[in-house]
Ligand binder design. Structure first.
Ligand SMILES: [Zn+2]
Length: 150
């Protein structure tokens, strides 16, 4: 297995594998590029996964989840807020003497409400998957950082 040659970005010295175990160039003191990158990734991951309000969703993704859910609601209800339930939030029955088509429309809206709930769950699953995948990708950098630092 061949180790690719890495040289100092500052003084150009070709590093040996021993040199790469350090965090900075032993000749000029410049922080090694792969360490700077890994440390940066660790900081970014920590920032992204911070959950300051403790609701289980990383703060960086809360806006994303909220937007996705709002979009799902808008698509389902044509932009108009329509409360859950067949007769609206107040629970009043449909107007007396309403034409039969009215009832059909109400049922369609009810089905949309259920679809929107399912969509919201799917969105959460997608967001969680994205978080996990990103964590795995960054985790490779973190693992390299830890291995090199050890
Ligand atoms: Zn150097």
């Amino acid at each position: 297995m061949t180790v690719p040659t890495v040289s100092c970005t500052n003084c150009g010295t070709n590093f040996t594998t021993d040199d790469l175990r350090g965090t900075s160039c032993r000749y000029c003191g410049t922080v090694l590029a792969h360490h700077a990158r890994a440390a940066q990734q660790v900081a970014v991951v920590n920032q992204m996964l911070a959950d300051r309000n403790g609701n289980g969703i990383p703060d960086a993704f809360e806006g994303l989840v909220a937007n996705a859910q709002a979009n799902a609601m808008n698509q389902a209800f044509g932009g108009g807020a329509y409360p859950y339930g067949p007769y609206g939030g107040a629970g009043q029955p449909p107007m007396m003497g309403a034409p039969p088509m009215m009832g059909a429309a109400v049922h369609a809206h009810h089905a949309h409400a259920q679809a929107a709930q399912a969509m919201s769950k799917a969105v959460v699953v997608i967001v969680v998957t994205v978080v996990v995948v990103m964590f795995l990708i960054f985790g490779v950098g973190v693992a390299m950082y830890v291995a090199a630092a050890g």
